[in-house]
Design a protein around this ligand. Structure first.
Ligand code: AMP
Length: 600
């Protein structure tokens, strides 16, 4: 029931007193976006005044925006790499941050084929938790009664390593789930998960998924929302159910636990509620054995009100599949975050995915925006460097690249995300996530850019030399029709002597060689997470890429400026390519991957 009007919020009537405080906080922050930003910058610059990094730019203790903007350059990860390497190697002096770097967060963005290492400080956990604490109060405005049941969330930790200097390096969510902030969170009736902590904290992805699924099945009637961080993760869970339902229902029928789940803490915690429930096993058997899995989510979890998964950005490719499995349940994209910094939340989480906008919370970091687009547009003059715009000054309808200055010591750091301003909540702008710069292919957490794809094709095509064959053109496609999705690379070959055309085996080895050349996030997804399937090469008839060009020109492309698209997704183009395919080849085995980073 809504609390009384004294606590009411312009966002809507809060569900409880705690929610009222959270909504009040959102109102305060968004009403005062500009002064909050000014304070955040001053606070960061004051705290970090003595760091080596700020000293280099001779701020001389200034904490105002003007001096900061005139003296600090905008940077990318590559600019920071020498400093980051020093910290990774054990230099504990105040290089980027006055507070000790507590660990590195390994981003899914890569540099030289390895995950980027983002320095973080302990107090950032509080900031992340604060943003999480705002999500349910907003959701409760749109979906009543979420305190009457549970959330089935598939959450995972991944492997972690230590840098040569002894700092942990792990993904931000692994860091969060392993923190006391998560493990000893106070009971909140609006945020109860079916997965016990032990099942989330097991690093073995099979055991973790199996036990989380089993718990979700036992509590099928309590489940009010089903989620994962990204859409690809939820679809992986559905695929897991497709593969393992006979064993899962066996466990439910007998009240035993699959012997493949060996983790003692999972076994211990599951033993507390495992019991034979033959009627439940019967229902699940009957649903899962049907040929047609359309609407399976609501058939198994009939009280599900929405799916909580990010389907904006690269994940939009999964919307039709999620609609199929859920019978069209609403898809809620609740937040926008990264390893560098958590940015903000969706104040209207039940909006259609195509209309989702995120409100950046001005207390999370200092945000600037690099106008994105045509070099002649404002902010891009040939003589002066582009001018960065403050959070409160962005213009509706324009696109910007996000640039952040964080408490952990990133200064004017380009995140690489392109955002479009859709409107304002109070004085805080709201952004549509347009895309990540330079990403060609993405299935799960992987992000492959054009240069990486080119390198992979170059390396693989070396194997064709013996047969006097070369790759004359190529393009690619992220195939997400099957789960897990996989990369498809279309190759047009020039076979100089048809007596020696490359064998199926050689082309399969080319698939593997491409995989070996792709970055470590790709290989980890293939090997450890099983979230990407074997890479496929489709060889197309000679002349296909010329037809592709003719097609593009018939649709208005300029002959002079035509470039082969290195990634395609437009159906008529795919149909053209597929109709010209003469053979298909798959990677015969997994590429190499270990949690250890290659030394740079
Ligand atoms: P990572 O640092 O590996 O956690 O990746 C962060 C990146 O994931 C962001 O910079 C975005 O490109 C993407 N991302 C995070 N949240 C969202 C979202 N809600 N919608 C679209 N893309 C997102």
């Amino acid at each position: 029931m809504a609390v009384d009007s004294v606590l009411s919020s312009p966002l809507g009537p809060p569900a409880c007193e705690k929610d009222a405080k959270a909504l009040q906080f959102i109102e305060e922050m968004t009403r005062n976006a500009d002064p909050v930003q000014e304070n955040v910058l001053a606070e960061i610059l004051t705290r970090n005044a003595q760091t080596e990094y700020l000293q280099r730019f001779k701020l001389s203790g200034a904490t105002d925006r003007q001096t900061f903007k005139s003296k600090l350059p905008m940077i990318t990860y590559e600019d920071l790499q020498p400093d980051i390497q020093r910290i990774a190697n054990g230099d504990r002096s105040s290089i980027l941050s006055a507070q000790p770097i507590s660990e590195f967060l390994t981003s899914s963005g890569t540099s030289a084929g390895e995950r980027k290492l983002m320095p973080t400080i302990r107090e950032e956990l509080d900031r992340r938790q604060m943003l999480y604490s705002l999500l349910m109060p907003v959701m409760n405005l749109y979906v009543p009664g979420l305190d009457k049941g549970k959330g089935l969330y598939f959450l995972f930790v991944k492997s972690e390593t230590k840098t040569p200097g002894g700092l942990l390096a792990r993904p931000v969510l692994t860091s969060y789930y392993k923190s006391d902030h998560f493990k000893t969170r106070p009971y909140d009736p609006y945020n109860v998960y079916t997965s016990p902590n032990e099942t989330i904290l097991c690093a073995d992805s099979f055991q973790s998924m199996y036990s989380q699924m089993l718990c979700g099945l036992y509590e099928r009637h309590q489940v009010l929302r089903v989620g994962a961080v990204f859409a690809s993760g939820l679809l992986r869970a559905i695929r897991f159910l497709q593969l393992h339902w006979p064993q899962l229902t066996h466990d439910i029928r007998t009240g035993t636990l699959n012997p493949k789940v060996t983790d003692p803490s999972i076994r211990e915690c599951m033993s507390r509620f495992l019991k034979p429930v033959p009627e439940l096993a019967q229902v699940l058997d009957s649903e899962c054995s049907k040929e047609n899995w359309e609407g399976i989510i609501t058939r198994i979890w009939p009280n599900t009100k929405y799916l909580d998964v990010i389907v904006t950005g690269a994940m939009a490719q999964y919307i039709p599949t999620l609609d199929y499995y859920s019978g069209g349940l609403p898809l809620a994209c609740t937040m926008y975050a990264s390893s560098e910094c958590y940015f903000g939340l969706n104040l209207n989480p039940m909006s259609k995915p195509s209309e989702v906008s995120y409100t950046i919370m001005p207390n999370m970091a200092y945000f600037e925006f690099l106008p994105h687009g045509h070099p002649n547009s404002p902010g891009f003059t040939r003589d002066s460097p582009p001018k960065l715009v403050d959070l409160a000054d962005v213009e509706v309808g324009r696109e910007y690249e996000l640039v952040i200055t964080t408490y952990a010591g990133l200064c004017r750091y380009r995140v690489g995300d392109i955002l479009r301003v859709t409107g304002f909540h109070n004085s805080a702008p709201q952004f549509h996530f347009v895309r990540r710069k330079n990403v060609l292919l993405s299935i799960d957490a992987d992000k492959t850019d054009e240069a990486e794809l080119q390198k992979a094709v170059d390396n693989a095509s070396q194997l064709l030399r013996e047969t006097n064959t070369s790759v004359v053109e190529y393009t690619s496609y992220a195939d997400t029709k099957s789960i897990p999705g996989h990369y498809v690379i279309y190759w047009e070959l020039l076979v100089k002597d048809s007596a020696y055309s490359p064998s199926d085996e050689v082309l399969a080895q080319c698939c593997l060689a491409m995989e070996e050349s792709l970055n470590s996030v790709y290989r980890q997804s293939r090997v450890a997470d099983n979230s990407i399937g074997p890479l496929e090469i489709r060889v197309v008839k000679s002349g296909t890429f010329e037809e592709l060009m003719d097609y593009a020109i018939s649709r208005g492309a300029s002959i002079n400026q035509y470039k082969v698209p290195r990634c395609v997704s437009f159906s008529p183009i795919m149909e053209l390519l597929d109709s010209r395919a003469v053979s298909t080849h798959f990677s015969p085995c997994l590429p190499h991957w270990t949690p250890e980073r290659r030394r740079c």
